[in-house]
Design a protein around this ligand. Sequence first.
Ligand SMILES: [Zn+2]
Length: 77
Amino acid sequence: MAKPSTPDARPSAEVVPLRPVRPCPICKKPSLRAYYPFCSKRCADIDLGRWFSNAYAIPGSDEDNGSDDGNPPEKGG
Ligand SMILES: [Zn+2]
Protein backbone atom coordinates (compact mmCIF):
# COMPACT_ATOMS: atom_id res chain seq x y z
CA MET A 1 0.00 0.00 0.00
CA ALA A 2 1.43 3.25 -1.05
CA LYS A 3 0.19 6.33 0.64
CA PRO A 4 -0.59 9.23 -1.62
CA SER A 5 1.92 11.87 -0.81
CA THR A 6 -0.07 14.98 -0.30
CA PRO A 7 1.80 18.21 -0.25
CA ASP A 8 1.45 19.78 3.14
CA ALA A 9 2.06 23.24 1.91
CA ARG A 10 -0.74 25.43 3.01
CA PRO A 11 -0.88 28.99 1.93
CA SER A 12 -0.16 31.23 4.87
CA ALA A 13 -3.21 33.40 4.84
CA GLU A 14 -2.86 36.24 7.24
CA VAL A 15 -6.18 36.98 8.81
CA VAL A 16 -6.31 40.65 9.52
CA PRO A 17 -9.46 41.78 11.26
CA LEU A 18 -10.83 44.79 9.55
CA ARG A 19 -11.43 46.72 12.67
CA PRO A 20 -11.11 50.45 12.39
CA VAL A 21 -8.96 52.02 15.04
CA ARG A 22 -11.12 54.08 17.29
CA PRO A 23 -9.83 57.50 18.01
CA CYS A 24 -9.17 58.59 21.55
CA PRO A 25 -12.37 60.12 22.94
CA ILE A 26 -10.31 62.79 24.65
CA CYS A 27 -7.91 64.04 22.03
CA LYS A 28 -9.07 62.10 18.96
CA LYS A 29 -5.70 60.48 18.49
CA PRO A 30 -5.48 56.85 17.44
CA SER A 31 -5.90 54.81 20.57
CA LEU A 32 -3.36 52.34 21.85
CA ARG A 33 -4.19 48.86 22.97
CA ALA A 34 -2.47 49.43 26.26
CA TYR A 35 -4.74 52.32 27.09
CA TYR A 36 -7.76 51.36 25.04
CA PRO A 37 -9.90 53.16 24.24
CA PHE A 38 -7.55 56.00 25.00
CA CYS A 39 -4.29 56.93 23.40
CA SER A 40 -2.35 57.34 26.60
CA LYS A 41 -2.62 57.11 30.35
CA ARG A 42 -3.00 60.85 30.49
CA CYS A 43 -6.21 60.78 28.50
CA ALA A 44 -7.44 57.83 30.52
CA ASP A 45 -6.86 59.82 33.69
CA ILE A 46 -8.65 62.79 32.21
CA ASP A 47 -11.67 60.69 31.41
CA LEU A 48 -11.55 59.15 34.87
CA GLY A 49 -11.36 62.60 36.38
CA ARG A 50 -14.41 63.68 34.47
CA TRP A 51 -16.23 60.65 35.66
CA PHE A 52 -15.40 61.36 39.27
CA SER A 53 -16.31 64.99 38.86
CA ASN A 54 -19.76 63.97 37.75
CA ALA A 55 -20.00 61.47 40.57
CA TYR A 56 -19.11 64.09 43.14
CA ALA A 57 -21.38 66.72 41.73
CA ILE A 58 -24.59 65.38 43.19
CA PRO A 59 -27.49 67.68 42.48
CA GLY A 60 -29.62 68.54 45.48
CA SER A 61 -26.85 68.06 48.00
CA ASP A 62 -25.36 71.46 47.76
CA GLU A 63 -25.38 72.58 51.36
CA ASP A 64 -23.41 75.70 51.77
CA ASN A 65 -24.05 77.28 55.11
CA GLY A 66 -22.04 80.39 55.69
CA SER A 67 -20.43 80.45 59.09
CA ASP A 68 -21.96 83.46 60.79
CA ASP A 69 -20.01 83.39 63.99
CA GLY A 70 -19.74 87.12 64.31
CA ASN A 71 -16.07 87.32 63.58
CA PRO A 72 -14.62 90.75 63.92
CA PRO A 73 -13.50 92.29 60.67
CA GLU A 74 -9.83 92.28 60.01
CA LYS A 75 -8.22 95.54 60.83
CA GLY A 76 -5.70 96.59 58.34
CA GLY A 77 -3.03 98.58 59.58
ZN1 LIG B 1 -5.85 60.90 23.88
